[in-house]
Design a protein around this ligand. Structure first.
Ligand code: ADP
Length: 397
C-alpha cells in the first residue's frame, strides 16, 4: 500500500509530541517534541533521517498553534506533503462516549471539549491541537484515538467504585483507566508471538513508564485496570503515589495542608521520587541502590511489591492466563525490576529465564519466564502507541 503515512499528534498541557508514522510498518519517519510551551523556554526538536534539529519557539502566538502551523513547512521540507493521508490525535479522555477511534468533526470536537471536566489538563490541550491541525492541514481527515477507549469493555462491577451511586450518576465518577492504546497494542503483539487468536487470549498487561498501570485482558478485551477516575490510582509511579487511603487526604487537610499542596504531593512528589527522596527516574533508583542508598532500595521494593500484588489480584477477572506482558520504559528495559517482580510471583509458578530476560531489552521482545502451574509465560513487548494511532486512522479512512 502506498501513501499510507499518518501525522500523529499528542498534544499535552505544555508539550506537543509529533511523528510521521508508516501505517503499514509502524516505522517513525520523523519524530519530534515541543516542550515548555507557554514559557519563555519553549522549543521544538525533531529527528529526521538520523539528524536532530532543535529550534526555539519565540512567538506571542499560542505555542501549540504555532508548532502545528510550523509543521506545515516542515512536512513539506521532509518531503511528506503528498504522502500524508490523515492526522491522528492522541486524546486522553473519551469518557463513556468514545469506545473506539473516531473521525473528527465539529460534534466530536465539542464532545472532547465537554469532557474537559474529567481531564482538565489534557483534553483542552488535545482540542487545541485538533483545531490547529484542522487549520494547518485542512484537506486531511483527522482522527481521535482515546487513551480510555480500550477500557470501555470493563464490566460494571469493575468500573463501579464502592461509593454512593449519585457520584456516578451526577458527576460520572467511575473507573475509566488510561494507557488503553498501549495495553491494546501489546496484547495484539503478544497474541501474534504466541500464534494465537487474540480473541481467545487472556493477558495481564503491565505498562511501567513514568506513569504505570496494569490491565487484565480477557479474550482480547480489557476487563479491569489499575488507573481509575484519574491516572493517580493504582501502582506507585515515577512521582505519583498510586492507591492510598483516602482518609489521608482529610487528615492532611485538617493539619492545614491546602488541597493544592495535598494533590501536588500525591501527583508530583510521591512515587519513586518521594519514597527515595532522590529521583523519579527508575535508572537513577537502580544506580543509587547499587551504591547502597537506603531510600532508593525502599522505593525499588515498594514499587516491585505493589506491581506483583496487582498482577496477583488481576488474575481474578480472567478465565485463564496466556501471558504477563511487560512494556513501557521500565518494563521494556529494566532487568532488575522485572526479576524482582517475577520473584514476588513465585507462588504462581513463574520461573525466570535469566538469559532471555537479559536479552529482552532496548527494543527487543522476548519470553522471559514460564509458569507450568498456570501454563503461561511472561513476555516483554516494546509498546508503540503511535503505530496504533496511525493504523486505526487509516482503517477508518
Ligand atoms: P513515559 O511514561 O513518560 O512515556 P517511559 O515509558 O519512557 O515514560 O518510561 C520512562 C521510565 O523508563 C523512566 O523511569 C526510565 O528511568 C525508565 N527506563 C528507561 N530505560 C531504562 C533502563 N535501561 N533501565 C531502567 N529503567 C529505564
Amino acid at each position: 500500500m502506498s501513501n499510507s503515512f499518518v501525522l500523529v499528534i499528542n498534544s499535552g498541557s505544555s508539550s506537543l509530541k509529533f511523528a510521521i508514522i508508516d501505517s503499514v510498518t509502524g516505522d517513525a519517519m520523523v519524530s519530534g517534541l515541543g516542550e515548555c510551551f507557554g514559557t519563555p523556554q519553549a522549543s521544538m526538536s525533531w529527528k529526521f533521517e538520523g539528524n536532530k534539529t532543535e529550534e526555539a519557539v519565540n512567538t506571542s502566538e499560542n505555542h501549540h498553534q504555532y508548532a502545528i502551523s510550523r509543521l506545515v513547512d516542515l512536512v513539506e521540507q521532509w518531503g511528506y506533503n503528498d504522502k500524508l493521508v490523515a492526522v491522528g490525535h492522541r486524546i486522553v479522555h473519551g469518557g463513556e462516549k468514545f469506545t473506539s477511534t473516531v473521525r473528527i468533526d465539529q460534534s466530536v470536537l465539542a464532545e472532547i471539549e465537554n469532557l474537559a471536566d474529567l481531564a482538565p489538563l489534557h483534553n483542552p490541550a488535545g482540542a487545541t491541537g485538533i483545531r490547529a491541525a484542522i487549520t494547518a492541514f485542512p484537506v486531511l481527515p483527522q482522527f481521535a484515538v482515546f487513551d480510555t477507549a480500550f477500557h470501555q469493555t470493563m464490566p460494571k462491577k469493575a468500573f463501579t467504585g464502592g461509593i454512593a451511586k449519585e457520584l456516578y450518576t451526577e458527576y460520572g465518577i467511575r473507573r475509566y483507566g488510561f494507557h488503553g492504546t498501549s495495553h491494546y497494542y501489546v496484547s495484539r503483539e503478544a497474541a501474534k508471538m504466541l500464534s494465537k487468536d487474540v480473541n481467545e487470549c487472556s493477558f495481564i498487561s503491565v505498562h511501567l513508564g513514568n506513569g504505570a498501570s496494569v490491565c487484565a485482558i480477557n479474550n482480547g478485551n480489557s476487563v479491569d485496570t489499575s488507573m481509575g477516575f484519574t491516572p493517580l490510582a493504582g501502582l506507585m509511579m515515577g512521582t505519583r503515589s498510586g492507591d492510598l487511603d483516602p482518609g489521608i487526604i482529610e487528615f492532611l487537610m485538617k493539619k492545614g495542608w491546602s488541597q493544592e499542596q495535598v494533590f501536588e504531593t500525591l501527583n508530583k512528589k510521591s512515587g519513586f521520587l518521594g519514597v527515595s527522596g532522590l529521583t523519579s527516574d527508575a535508572r537513577g533508583i537502580l544506580e543509587a541502590m547499587e551504591n547502597g542508598h537506603e531510600g532508593a532500595k525502599l522505593a525499588f521494593e515498594v514499587f516491585t511489591y505493589r506491581v506483583a500484588k496487582f498482577i496477583g489480584s488481576y488474575l481474578i477477572p480472567l478465565d485463564h492466563l496466556d501471558a504477563i506482558i511487560f512494556t513501557g520504559g521500565i518494563g521494556e528495559n529494566s532487568l532488575p525490576i522485572r526479576s524482582e517482580i517475577l520473584s514476588n510471583l513465585k507462588l504462581l509458578g513463574f520461573i525466570e529465564d535469566k538469559t532471555a530476560n537479559a536479552d529482552a531489552r532496548f527494543g527487543a521482545s522476548g519470553t522471559i519466564a514460564t509458569s507450568e502451574l498456570l501454563n503461561a509465560v511472561a513476555m516483554v513487548i516494546p509498546t508503540n502507541e503511535e503505530f496504533v494511532i496511525a493504523q486505526q486512522s487509516v482503517e477508518l479512512l
